[in-house]
Design a protein around this ligand. Structure first.
Ligand SMILES: [Zn+2]
Length: 608
């Protein structure tokens, strides 16, 4: 689908495989054992949540299980899918509610389970599941036409998500009702253009049209719609992205939303669901349009915003992350966030709300699924990450392998192996940040496009260069970037663990809650722009705070920086003064994705 390789042929290797192994041993891999809303869900005959949580979880857990080829995880995924299919009603309705409840059931989860089943079919080739998906979408079409179900709330705002399972069905059945259903959803769904003005100043109220997760999902609407229904692609996504970025952008490529758009501010929150979903939108946008800006945007999220907001063991996560995160502590009084509660930036099982608990698991596996793209004339590679894939080009078996420590090192060795001579084009994207690129020492201009006859086994090494540099941020602040990584001043941490039970949901190590307190100075600014990169060995956690695989030494000076008014665990957006107090100190910055407490956006100070 969307020209992405069949996922069964893709295998992550190196640090990326390790990251998936951590995920499998952590919350996403064990959620059906510890979390009532998945363990006892109505989707499988239990009495807990029967809407988005099980489909969200399976959307990440299925690719995780199959990519790692883990027998136990595959058996558990299989049990859920079989239980869901077994409960499908005679007329095709697949969601866990009675006939009488359908009119009030928000069909967003119907779209979502459709995505999950389509993905399951791609991994397993199951005809039974494919037929079940067909019947469920036909049923949805029939009921929408008769007015027995309607789009409202999430379904109305996420109508385009249904285009993903519909694309899957269209490629197999080519039946007109599939397109008719797509047109109907598009017509009855929200047109986000009507709300653009509301994205420019935070509303301080919870509404669906500035809801951060809706908006990042929305960015793919035109691409999936043109793919399925045709029509001229006008690149609306880029225009909409730029508006969101101008008024709500962060230093790590996300948008602020705590939980609706929150404006420019390094202490505003960004919901984890929005990181996972924005990555997925970027993946589809790059696959469908080939516009490499989406892959650049994807990398920034994947290597910075994503790992920062999930614990190293992947058992706990934040609901909201801040770019300048000096503590993750419950607010004793009124929450700092606009519409999210006082626990939202703690690490835990389900801080504030459980959507991210179920949904974050899709981020790493789907990134891997999107790495290899089939174009008409050959193969396009999204990002240089350790993985290999097998495909067939003009009857020849082709294996493409990437050996790399990227993004911790700026290069990759590619190996292409064919079992017969075959001509095709291999396209390797050169990221926009690269100052220069060379293959086996020979300079490359523009993107690396290799069109030739491939025969047997061949390897070559791509090297990219960059130097650590400042990137300007609003309020006259700066961040340091090097390659696709953003660097932060790490703040030493002290964890306080909380084990308890609330509303029948147990928090118990390792799925407990944590507050994180700062134990070192955070009030700094940049003294100059002299930086030194050090490559390090790291440990078995790819994004480790104690053993980062790359660091940037910088010269920082203390400044006067207050807390946000009334909150002694949140740094104010800007320092009180930009004048240095004390001499410059040499301090090692670490990747944003490694730093659980950090200062990222800082001023350039005036010398003492
Ligand atoms: Zn969420």
């Amino acid at each position: 689908m969307y020209n992405i390789f069949n996922p069964t042929t893709i295998k992550p290797t190196g640090w990326l495989r390790r990251q998936l192994e951590i995920q499998l041993a952590g919350l996403n891999g064990q959620l059906d054992r510890v979390w009532p809303d998945v363990r006892d869900s109505a989707w499988i005959g239990g009495d807990r949540e029967g809407w988005e949580r099980v489909p969200y979880w399976l959307d990440g857990f299925i690719p995780l299980a199959y990519m790692l080829d883990d027998k136990d995880a595959i058996a558990r995924a299989e049990r859920y899918i079989q239980a869901i299919l077994a409960r499908q009603q005679k007329d095709g309705w697949i969601c866990p509610c009675s006939k009488e409840e359908r009119a009030k059931y928000d069909v967003w989860s119907h779209f979502l389970i459709g995505k999950v089943i389509a993905q399951y079919c791609e991994f397993t080739g199951s005809i039974e599941a494919e037929e079940s998906l067909y019947k469920s979408m036909r049923c949805l079409y029939r009921l929408l036409k008769k007015g027995e179900v309607k789009l409202f709330d999430w379904g109305k705002y996420r109508w385009f998500e249904c285009f993903i399972p519909l694309q899957f069905l269209w490629e197999r059945y080519h039946e007109d009702w599939i397109l008719s259903l797509a047109r109907k959803l598009k017509k009855e769904g929200i047109d986000y253009h009507d709300y653009i003005d509301t994205w420019k100043t935070p509303l301080n109220k919870w509404v669906l049209y500035t809801h951060i997760v809706n908006l990042v999902m929305m960015l793919k609407y035109e691409a999936v719609s043109c793919k399925l229904l045709g029509g001229k692609y006008k690149n609306d996504a880029d225009k909409l992205w730029k508006i969101l970025e101008k008024y709500n952008g962060t230093a790590v490529g996300s948008f602020t939303g705590d939980e609706c758009l929150s404006g420019i501010g390094n202490n505003r929150g960004t919901e984890l669901c929005s990181i996972a979903e924005l990555m997925y939108s970027c993946e589809l946008l790059y696959a469908i349009t080939g516009d490499k800006i989406w892959a650049d945007r994807l990398e920034k999220l994947a290597f910075n915003a994503l790992p920062a907001t999930i614990s190293e063991d992947m058992w706990t996560h934040q609901y909201l992350q801040m770019v300048n995160q000096i503590a993750c502590v419950r607010f004793p009084g009124r929450s700092f966030f606009r519409t999210n509660g006082s626990e939202s930036h703690m690490f835990g099982l389900e801080p504030h709300f459980g959507c991210c608990t179920a949904n974050f698991g899709q981020a790493w596996p789907k990134l891997i699924e999107s790495l290899f793209i089939r174009d008409e004339d050959g193969i396009r590679l999204t990002s240089m990450l350790p993985a290999e894939a097998v495909t067939e080009v003009n009857g020849a078996r082709v294996v493409v392998r990437m050996d790399t420590e990227y993004p911790f090192r700026l290069g990759c060795t590619y190996t292409v192996e064919t079992d017969a001579p075959v001509t095709f084009t291999l396209k390797i994207r050169i990221p926009a940040w690269a100052k220069s690129a060379s293959i086996d020492g020979k300079a490359v201009e523009g993107d690396c496009v290799i069109e030739k006859e491939w025969n047997g086994k061949e390897s070559f090494t791509l090297t990219l260069t960059d130097t650590p540099h400042f990137v300007e941020r609003p309020h006259n602040l700066h961040v340091v970037e090097y390659g696709p990584l953003v660097f932060s001043l790490p703040i030493e941490t002290e964890y306080k663990m909380y084990e308890y039970e609330r509303k029948g949901v147990e928090r118990k190590f390792p799925y407990c809650d944590y507050e994180i307190y700062p134990k070192s100075e955070w009030r700094y600014g940049f003294a100059n722009d002299t930086f030194t990169v050090t490559e390090k060995e790291g440990n078995d956690v790819p994004f480790s705070m104690s053993a980062p695989r790359v660091t940037v030494k910088a010269n920082l000076s203390r400044v006067n920086w207050d807390y946000a008014d009334g909150y002694n665990t949140v740094a104010d957006k800007v320092p009180r003064s930009r004048n240095a107090i004390g001499d410059a100190e040499e301090i090692e910055l670490i990747p944003y994705g490694c730093a659980k407490l950090r200062m990222t956006e800082m001023p350039i100070v005036k010398k003492k």
